[in-house]
Design a protein around this ligand. Structure first.
Ligand SMILES: [Zn+2]
Length: 434
């Protein structure tokens, strides 16, 4: 098809903005289902809600439980929903993937975290921006597109998936393993995470989490020379990190446009440290016994770039520890890997990235910004397990509000990003479909 007439695109725009009240109600309904993770509550309820909504819009739906994945139980089943609407002729499939879970509420709220209050054009609640607002925007985009362009090529899919906030193993990872994101079935994936309505997120950094333990020898605290202090050995590890590892990480450059700027390099957080006697409860009134600690443990959270192979990330830390073992008397350690996630980055000129960037420019009248995320999200599973590279995150909501008290999503932002999503469907399922 030739470019749709500008009057058709105006009708599409009107169809989206005419759904303003519907979009607000839909977002509020989603927020009012408190899908807290952990433990993974009400996944079945929200999937039933989405099932009804999307069935009514002509989608074929499938409810899929990720049996046996972490946290799945009869009490907290890991439910996922995939809805697919076929076009009238063959073509490519555009898939919108949103996670249905939200993180704990935390302190400091002035609004009801599950009330969905609408104040001043903003809808408040846990998950409003991360990412029930994005899910609602994608549904409105698809419904408006179907109303104006019922005769399209290919297919539209919308999924609501479990457990993204805890790694996505009972959600996108499970579905990818079952073939739901195979390139034969799906050709384009948009994840409406809250990356701001004028930015296309190409991917995310990797993560490597490990525990390091240093060993010593217990002895009486008045004669530490008769033992060996594991905490002092850990002090040597931390000094090495300061003198060698942190400067080395800071010196590396990357092609990844990570935001915020401070995350545009490798980073490492020391998540916890513990050595010696176990800490006692706050109401314990006794005094400590005098011992030289024979063990000290830290947990590290190392985030890495697409230019750094995981082996190198791991090897760099191992190399420092081995160096200490060679030079420091009685130094010994254990390194235990906890988890790892590889970085993912889609090319700027991949079809889905270029399409969304082009439509952002049309709708907002300015060039789209390409960004990458400091933390990981479900793109890793679509890329590594699903083998589908043509995937980006694009959605309304301010990234910095995610997981914060009084989280909200702006209604105008949702409408504008829904317009970008719907126009992207026009481009991929009408203009470029032959
Ligand atoms: Zn999210």
């Amino acid at each position: 098809m030739d470019s749709p007439k500008s009057s058709d695109l105006d009708r599409l725009r009107n169809a989206i903005h005419g759904r303003r009240d519907d979009l607000i109600a839909l977002t509020q309904d989603l927020i009012r289902i408190p899908t807290l993770n952990p433990p993974g509550e009400f996944y079945g309820d929200i999937c039933d809600y989405l099932d009804k909504r999307l069935s009514a819009a002509g989608f074929e739906t499938e409810l899929i439980r990720a049996f046996g994945t972490p946290g799945d139980s009869e009490q907290y089943p890991r439910w996922n929903l995939i809805a697919r609407r076929e076009g009238s002729r063959p073509g490519e499939c555009v898939h919108f993937n949103s996670h249905i879970d939200v993180v704990e509420v935390g302190k400091g709220w002035r609004q009801d975290p599950f009330g969905g209050a609408l104040l001043d054009g903003k809808i408040y609640g846990r998950g409003a921006c991360d990412m029930k607002g994005g899910l609602a925007a994608s549904i409105i985009a698809a419904e408006a597109f179907l109303e104006i362009f019922p005769d399209f090529a290919g297919a539209i899919e919308i999924s609501g998936t479990a457990d993204e906030e805890s790694g996505g193993y009972g959600g996108v990872a499970y579905l990818a393993e079952k073939g739901y994101f195979s390139p034969a079935r799906v050709q384009h994936v948009i994840i409406p995470e809250p990356l701001n309505k004028d930015r296309v997120c190409l991917g995310h950094r990797g993560g490597w989490w490990a525990e390091i333990e240093t060993f010593g020898e217990i002895a009486h605290g008045s004669m530490p020379f008769l033992g060996d202090c594991a905490v002092r050995h850990m002090g040597a590890v931390l000094e090495k990190f300061e003198s060698d590892l942190f400067p080395a990480m800071a010196s590396r450059t990357t092609d990844m446009p990570v935001v915020p700027e401070g995350a545009r390099q490798s980073t490492m957080n020391i998540n916890s440290i513990h050595g010696g006697q176990a800490e006692q409860a706050a109401d314990f009134t006794g005094l400590p016994a005098h011992c030289v600690p024979d063990s000290c443990r830290i947990v590290i959270d190392r985030r890495f770039l697409v230019e750094e192979p995981l082996d190198q990330v791991r090897g760099e830390v191992e190399g420092l520890l081995e160096g200490l073992k060679a030079e420091r008397p009685r130094f010994d350690y254990a390194l235990r890997e906890i988890n790892s996630v590889l970085p993912s980055m889609t090319d700027r000129d991949a079809p889905i990235a270029a399409t969304i960037a082009g439509e952002i420019a049309q709708v907002m009248g300015k060039a789209a910004e390409f960004v990458a995320s400091p933390g990981t999200y479900d793109q890793k599973h679509i890329d590594r397990i699903g083998k589908l590279k043509n995937c980006v995150a694009y959605g309304p909501g301010i990234l910095e509000l995610a997981h914060k008290p009084d989280e909200y999503v702006g209604v105008d932002d949702m409408l504008e990003s829904a317009e970008v999503m719907a126009r992207s469907l026009v481009r991929l399922l009408l203009i470029e479909a032959v």
